[in-house]
Design a binder for this molecule. Structure first.
Ligand code: NAG
Ligand code: NAG
Ligand code: NAG
Ligand code: NAG
Ligand code: NAG
Length: 947
C-alpha cells in the first residue's frame, strides 16, 4: 500500500508538469481583442446549458462535450485567431453583441437554430474574411444591414426562419461571389431590386414565405448560374411571369406558388434542365403552352389557377414525371391515357395525376393504369355521367392500380437474434455488422422531386461520394415531407465494416464537412438545412481540442508531445486507482456473500439459492438455455415441485450493486397484472444476480410471426394479443410506483401463455442498468447508448434522448404493424414503419397484410392499421396515449365480434407444436376469459382482475 501511494504522488507531479508547463510554452494565446469580443458575445447571450463556459479559460477555442465552439488558426502577428465559430442548436437566447465585428479573421459565423433575438449587428459587415453567415432558425428581427452586401468573400448567407423585415438591400448586388441566399420564412417586403440580377454566381435563391411585392424582374433570366429560384407565398400583385424566364436553360427548379401572379404560362420548351415547376395558387389564365416539356421533369403543379383549353399532348411520355397537378382549373376536352400508358415503372416509382374539378369530358384510351399510378378525377362532369361505367372507378377518393409490387419478406434475419450494443448497419453488404452511427437531423430545403423513394439510393451515393465513404455507411431514416415542400430526415453515418465506431478524426471530419457545407453542389437535391448534429452515444465525449486548422507544425508538435506525456502519466494514475478500487470491490464482494439474504426479505418473491437454481437447470447447461437478451442468458428450469420457471441470469456488465438490485426486485415484486410476466423470485449470491419468472409455454410473439412458425394466429387472436400487450404496458405507465417505461417493447418481449394471452416481459430491466454506487465509482460497464432495439426505437427518443411513455407507444405500434403484416421490424434495411406508410399512402395496404392470418373484417383491420400507424408517428405529440390505444383496441374488438366473424368458442389450450403446419384455420385465443382484463381504462367491464 505504501508503494502505491508513493507512485501516485509521482504521477501527480508528472501530471502537473506536463499539463501546465509544456503546453504553455508551445501554445500561442488568442488575440486579446478576440478574447474580449467572445466574452462580450457571451455576455449578451443566455446560455442555459453553459456551453459557452468553455470560453472562460485563456484559450477560448475549446469545447465542452458537445458544442463545437470554434476553430482557430495562428496569424502573422503570432496570435491565434478564431477562424470558425459554430454554435449550432445550443438553445441560446439573448441577442448578438456588436463586438462580433471584432472577430476579424473569422470565416464561418454559425448561430443556427437557437432563440437569439434582437437585430443583426451591422458590424458583421466589418468582417472582410467572412464566407459563411449562418443565422437561420432564430428570432432575429429588424432589417438586413446594408453592410452585409459589402462582404467580399461571402459565399453563403442563411437568414431563413427569422422575423426579419424590411426590403432586400440593393447593396447585395455586390455579392458577386455569393452562391447561396436563403431568406425564406421572414417578413421581407417591397420590390425585389432588379439590380440583384448582377449576382453572377448565385446558384440557389430561396425567398419563399415573405411579404415581397411589386413585379418579378425580367432581368433574372440573365443570371448565368441560377439553378433554384423559390419564391412561394409572396404577393406580386397582378404581376406576370416574365416571358424571359423561359430562357433560363439551366434552371432546375422554379417555384412560384401562391404569388398572386396572373397572365399566361411562359413557353417552357427551352428550360432543358427544369425538373420542378410549381405555379399553383395564382391567377394564371389562358391555355397551357403546347410546346415540348423538359424531358426530365418530375413535378408540374399548375393547380388552382384559371387555366382553360385542353391538356396538351406534351404531358405524355415524360419518363421521370412523378406529380402532375392540374386540379381546380377550367380545363376541358380529354385526358389521354398516354400520360400513364407505356410507362416502365421501377419498383419504387409513383405517378400522381390530379385533374380534379375541371370540365374534362372523358378518358381517351386505356382505363387500367398500372400499379403506382394514382389518378384523381372527381369534380369533372363525366364523373356524374352514369353511362361512363369504368370512369366511376377514377372518380372515388383516390385510385391506384392493383397488383402492387410490395412483397413483405418474412425471413427472420440472423442479425436480429444476436445482440448488438449499437445498431445493425441497415444496408450493409456484410452480414450482422454492428456499429454506432453519427446522427444528423437533416432537411432538403428545396428538392426538385415530389417522391423520394426512386432517388433515395442516388441521394445516399451522392452523400457517400462527398464524404469519401461507401454508400452502405449512409442511411436515410424516417424521411418526411414538411411544408415548403422540404424533406426532413434523420441521417445516420456508420463507420466502415470491421469497426464499431468512427474514430475521432473521422467524426470531426464528417461533422465539419456538414457544418461548413463542404459538399459539391447538387441542384437536383438542392440545398440542405442542418438542424442538429449532436454527438450521441459513444461519440458524446469527442471534443475538438486537437482539431486546429492552420496551426504551425511546431506548435502542433509541442501540443502532441505534451499531451502524449500527459496521457501516459494520467493513464498510469488511472491504472492505480482502478487497482485500488478492484481490491475494494473484491473485498466488498466477499463480505456481501456472507451478508446476503439475511437482511432483506421481499414479500411475494422467493430468495432462491444458487444451488437450487443450478439443480433446476442442470447446472445452467446449454440444453436448458432458451434465450439470450440484453440482460443475459435465459434458462428454463424445473423446480423440485415441478413448477417450470424462466431464469434470467445477469451477465458481466448487467451486474449491479446489491442495494440497487434488491431495490429493483422490490419494485418488480409489486407489479402484478395478467398481462405482465410474473416475477417469482431472485437469486443474489456469489456474484450472480438472477431473476426467476413464470415460464410461458407458447414462447414469444416473434416466434409466432416468423416464417418458421408452425402455427398461425387468427386476426382475432392478434387483436387480443395487441390489447393484452397494451394493457400490460399501460399498467407499467400508470399503476407502477414509480412508473416504469419499458424502453424495449418488441415482439420477442411479448410472451404467450397456454391460452395465447399476451404477457409483456423484460419490464423494469431498463431500470437495472448499471449506475454509479455510493462512492461515485462506476461499475465496469457503462451503457452510453440509447436502449432499445433497432426497428422499434422511437426516433424522437433516439434523437433527443428524452424518454417518455410515448416511446413505448411507438415500439408497441411497430409490434401492431408486425401483427398486421407479419413482417419483421427491420428486414434488409427496410423499416416496417416506412414500408407500411408507403403502402398506406399509395392505397395498397391490403397487399401487405399477412396472408397467414385467415379471414378478417376489412373495416377492423383498417382501423387497427390506422391505429398502429398513429402510434408510429415521428412526432411524440401525434401519437395516442397508451390508454387511448387500449380504448381503441377494445372498440375494434367489439366491432369485430359484431361482424360476421364467428370465433371458435373453446377453452382448449394451444401449443405451437400441436398446430397442423399448413392449417388455414388459425388459432384464436380464449376471448371470454380476456374480458375481465379490460379493467384498466374502459371502465365498461366490471373489475374482476386477477392482478
Ligand atoms: C431551452 O431553453 C428554454 C428556456 O430558455 C427551456 O425552457 C428549454 O427547456 C430548453 N431546452 C433544452 C432542450 O434544454
Ligand atoms: C466581384 O467584383 C469585384 C469588383 O467588382 C471583382 O474584383 C471580383 O473579381 C468579382 N468577383 C467575382 C467572383 O466575380
Ligand atoms: C414557412 O412559412 C410557411 C407559411 O407560414 C409555413 O407553412 C412553414 O411551416 C414555414 N416553414 C418553416 C420551415 O418554418
Ligand atoms: C407586408 O407588406 C405590406 C407593404 O407592402 C405591409 O403593409 C404589410 O404590413 C406587410 N405585412 C406583414 C405581415 O409584414
Ligand atoms: C436527364 O437525366 C439523365 C439521367 O438522369 C441525364 O443523363 C440527362 O443529361 C438529363 N437530361 C437533361 C437535359 O438534363
Amino acid at each position: 500500500m505504501l508503494e502505491v501511494k508513493v507512485f501516485v504522488l509521482e504521477s501527480v507531479l508528472v501530471v502537473s508538469l506536463c499539463c501546465f508547463t509544456i503546453p504553455a510554452a508551445a501554445e500561442k494565446t488568442t488575440n486579446p481583442s478576440e478574447v474580449n469580443a467572445l466574452q462580450a458575445i457571451k455576455s449578451k447571450l443566455i446560455d442555459p446549458m453553459n456551453h459557452l463556459d468553455a470560453w472562460n479559460n485563456g484559450d477560448p477555442c475549446r469545447t465542452n462535450w458537445n458544442g463545437v465552439l470554434c476553430y482557430d488558426t495562428v496569424g502573422a502577428d503570432g496570435y491565434k485567431h478564431v477562424q470558425e465559430l459554430h454554435l449550432l442548436n445550443m438553445n441560446l437566447s439573448g441577442y448578438l453583441a456588436p463586438e462580433i465585428g471584432q472577430l476579424s479573421n473569422i470565416t464561418v459565423l454559425d448561430f443556427m437554430w437557437n432563440n437569439i433575438g434582437g437585430i443583426i449587428p451591422k458590424e458583421v459587415g466589418n468582417i472582410s474574411t467572412l464566407q459563411l453567415l449562418l443565422l437561420n432558425g432564430n428570432k432575429l428581427s429588424g432589417s438586413l444591414p446594408d453592410e452585409i452586401g459589402h462582404l467580399p468573400q461571402l459565399k453563403r448567407l442563411q437568414v431563413d426562419q427569422n422575423q426579419l423585415s424590411g426590403p432586400l438591400p440593393r447593396s447585395f448586388a455586390n455579392l458577386n461571389g455569393t452562391e447561396h441566399l436563403h431568406m425564406n420564412n421572414n417578413s421581407f417586403s417591397g420590390q425585389i431590386p432588379p439590380e440583384l440580377s448582377k449576382l453572377s454566381n448565385i446558384l440557389h435563391w430561396v425567398l419563399d414565405n415573405n411579404n415581397l411585392s411589386g413585379y418579378l424582374p425580367s432581368e433574372f433570366s440573365n443570371m448565368p448560374n441560377l439553378r433554384i429560384l423559390q419564391l412561394d407565398n409572396n404577393h406580386f400583385d397582378g404581376a406576370q411571369i416574365p416571358a424571359s424566364y423561359g430562357n433560363m436553360s439551366k434552371l432546375f427548379k422554379l417555384s412560384l406558388r401562391n404569388c398572386s401572379l396572373q397572365g399566361p404560362i411562359p413557353d417552357l420548351s427551352r428550360m432543358e434542365k427544369l425538373r420542378y415547376l410549381d405555379l399553383s395558387w395564382n391567377h394564371l389564365n389562358g391555355s397551357i403552352p403546347s410546346n415540348k416539356l423538359p424531358n426530365n421533369i418530375t413535378t408540374i403543379d399548375l393547380s388552382n389557377n384559371h387555366l382553360s383549353g385542353s391538356i396538351p399532348a406534351s404531358f405524355s411520355d415524360l419518363p421521370k414525371l412523378q406529380n402532375l397537378s392540374l386540379a381546380n382549373n377550367l380545363l376541358n376536352g380529354y385526358i389521354s391515357s398516354t400520360m400513364w400508358q407505356n410507362k416502365s415503372f421501377g419498383p419504387t416509382a409513383r405517378l400522381t395525376l390530379d385533374f380534379q374539378n375541371n370540365s374534362l369530358s372523358n378518358i381517351l384510351g386505356d382505363r387500367n393504369p398500372p400499379a403506382n399510378v394514382i389518378i384523381r378525377l372527381q369534380g369533372n362532369p363525366f364523373c356524374q355521367n352514369p353511362s361512363q361505367e369504368n370512369i366511376k372507378y377514377f372518380c372515388g377518393h383516390e385510385v391506384g392500380g392493383s397488383n402492387a409490387s410490395s412483397n413483405p419478406t418474412n425471413q427472420s434475419s440472423v442479425c436480429l437474434i444476436q445482440e448488438c450494443p449499437y445498431e445493425y448497419v441497415p444496408e450493409s453488404p456484410f452480414k450482422c455488422f454492428c456499429a454506432a452511427p453519427l446522427q444528423l437531423d437533416y432537411r432538403l430545403k428545396s428538392p426538385s422531386f415530389s417522391y423520394f423513394p426512386p432517388y433515395e439510393d442516388q441521394f445516399e451515393m451522392y452523400l457517400a461520394e462527398s464524404l469519401s465513404m461507401d454508400p452502405y455507411q449512409i442511411f436515410v431514416n424516417f424521411p418526411i415531407w414538411e411544408p415548403g415542400p422540404r424533406l426532413r430526415m434523420y441521417l445516420k453515418i456508420f463507420p466502415a465494416y470491421n469497426s464499431h465506431e468512427l474514430n475521432k478524426s473521422e467524426v470531426l471530419r464528417v461533422r465539419r464537412k456538414f457544418m461548413t457545407w463542404d459538399f459539391p453542389t447538387d441542384n437536383f437535391f438542392g440545398p440542405y438545412d442542418l438542424l442538429n448534429f449532436t454527438l450521441l452515444g459513444p461519440y458524446s465525449s469527442v471534443d475538438i481540442e486537437s482539431q486546429r486548422s492552420g496551426m504551425s507544425n511546431g506548435a502542433l508538435a509541442g501540443i502532441v508531445l505534451g499531451s502524449v506525456a500527459c496521457v501516459v502519466s494520467i493513464s498510469g494514475l488511472f491504472a492505480i486507482l482502478i487497482i485500488i478500487r478492484r481490491q475494494a470491490t473484491n473485498y466488498q464482494h466477499l463480505s456481501r456473500k456472507r451478508a446476503t439474504s439475511s437482511l432483506i426479505k421481499i414479500a411475494g418473491v422467493k430468495d432462491f439459492t444458487l444451488k437450487e437454481l443450478a439443480l433446476a437447470t442442470d447446472k445452467f447447461s446449454d440444453s436448458s438455455q432458451v434465450g439470450q437478451g440484453g440482460y443475459g442468458k435465459v434458462y428454463k428450469g424445473v423446480l423440485p415441485d415441478k413448477t417450470i420457471v424462466a431464469i434470467k441470469r445477469a451477465q458481466e456488465g448487467s451486474l449491479q450493486g446489491q442495494k440497487e438490485f434488491l431495490t429493483e426486485i422490490e419494485i418488480l415484486s409489486r407489479l402484478h397484472h395478467r398481462n405482465l410476466v410474473s416475477l417469482l423470485g431472485y437469486c443474489d449470491e456469489e456474484g450472480e444476480q438472477m431473476l426467476i419468472y413464470e415460464f410461458m409455454p407458447n414462447g414469444t410473439l416473434r416466434d409466432w410471426l416468423s416464417a418458421k412458425s408452425e402455427g398461425c394466429l387468427s386476426f382475432v387472436a392478434r387483436l387480443h394479443i395487441a390489447l393484452g400487450s397494451a394493457k400490460g404496458i399501460l399498467y407499467l405507465h400508470t399503476e407502477a410506483d414509480p412508473p416504469i417505461i419499458h424502453r424495449d417493447v418488441k415482439a420477442s418481449n411479448i410472451l404467450l401463455d397456454l391460452k395465447l394471452n399476451a404477457k409483456v416481459a423484460d419490464f423494469g430491466l431498463s431500470r437495472l442498468a448499471p449506475v454509479p454506487n455510493d462512492e461515485g465509482a462506476i461499475p465496469n460497464h457503462i451503457s452510453t447508448v440509447v436502449r432499445g432495439t433497432p426497428g422499434y426505437l422511437d426516433p424522437e427518443y433516439f434523437l433527443t434522448q428524452t424518454l417518455t411513455a410515448k416511446s413505448d407507444v411507438y415500439s408497441l405500434g411497430v409490434v401492431f404493424l408486425q401483427l398486421v403484416t407479419g413482417m419483421q421490424a427491420i428486414t434488409h434495411g427496410k423499416n416496417i414503419v416506412r414500408e407500411v406508410n408507403i403502402a398506406y399512402q399509395s392505397g395498397i395496404v391490403f397487399s401487405i397484410i399477412d396472408n397467414q392470418m385467415g379471414p378478417y373484417p376489412s373495416e377492423c383491420i383498417e382501423k387497427f392499421l390506422a391505429l398502429a400507424l398513429r402510434c408510429c408517428k415521428d412526432e411524440t405529440d401525434e401519437r395516442p396515449s397508451m390508454s387511448d390505444v387500449v380504448r381503441e383496441l377494445e372498440s375494434i374488438i367489439s366491432m369485430s365480434s359484431e361482424s360476421d366473424m364467428s370465433l371458435p368458442d373453446s377453452t382448449t389450450s394451444y401449443s405451437k407444436n400441436l398446430m397442423p403446419s399448413s392449417s388455414s384455420a388459425c388459432v384464436s385465443n380464449d376471448v371470454s376469459d380476456d374480458v375481465s382484463g379490460s379493467d384498466l381504462v374502459s371502465g365498461v367491464m366490471p373489475s374482476l382482475t386477477p392482478r
